[in-house]
Write a new protein. Structure first.
Length: 183
């Protein structure tokens, strides 16, 4: 019985902090917080396929913000620069069971150009600007692992369709670097 009372007394002393010395709080040095660059892949989803440096290498534009979304069999990633709304790059990857003839008949937009050496079949196109956004360049392809992928570049509202056409070629090169099997 005395052992239990003694043990209870020790427990009370330990939980109340009796006998413990006060601990000084850790003081952080004054100054600006450090900026840490986070890769696009850290956002998950289709962003795992993108790298800001590789995008910049192919397009000449530096992005530093990425956001991902997943819904059903579709994974999406949107990248932008912190200080600008446009341009914007969107990658969408969807699991599919379509074959090349179906892709050509049902997915290939009217007026699109064929893109070679990209997946099983691929296209590139531009779309005129609207009242709310600039023209877009788009590259879509049927990847070899039964995935349908699309890269879409939305230009600044004051850009013309010729600018989007120039970007389309760069998007095709960027698309060739993406390995959709790793999703």
């Amino acid at each position: 019985m005395h052992g239990r009372i003694w043990l209870a007394g020790v427990g009370v002393l330990l939980t109340t902090g009796c006998g413990a010395s006060e601990v000084e709080p850790v003081r952080l040095p004054a100054g600006e917080p450090a900026t840490v660059q986070v890769g696009a892949a850290s956002s998950g989803g289709a962003c795992r396929l993108l790298d800001f440096a590789v995008i910049e290498e192919h397009t000449g534009v530096r992005f530093d913000v990425a956001a991902a979304s997943e819904r059903g069999d579709t994974r999406t990633c949107v990248v932008r620069a912190t200080d600008a709304t446009w341009p914007e790059l969107t990658l969408t990857v969807t699991d599919t069971s379509i074959d090349v003839p179906t892709f050509t008949a049902d997915v290939l937009p009217a007026g699109a150009k064929k893109v070679s050496k990209l997946g099983q079949a691929a296209y590139g196109r531009t779309v005129a600007k609207t009242a709310k956004r600039g023209p877009t360049a788009e590259v879509g392809w049927l990847a070899t692992e039964d995935r349908l992928a699309t890269l879409r570049w939305t230009c600044r509202p004051d850009d013309d369709r010729a600018t989007a056409g120039e970007v389309a070629d760069h998007l095709a090169d960027l698309a060739r670097t993406l390995d959709t099997r790793s999703l």
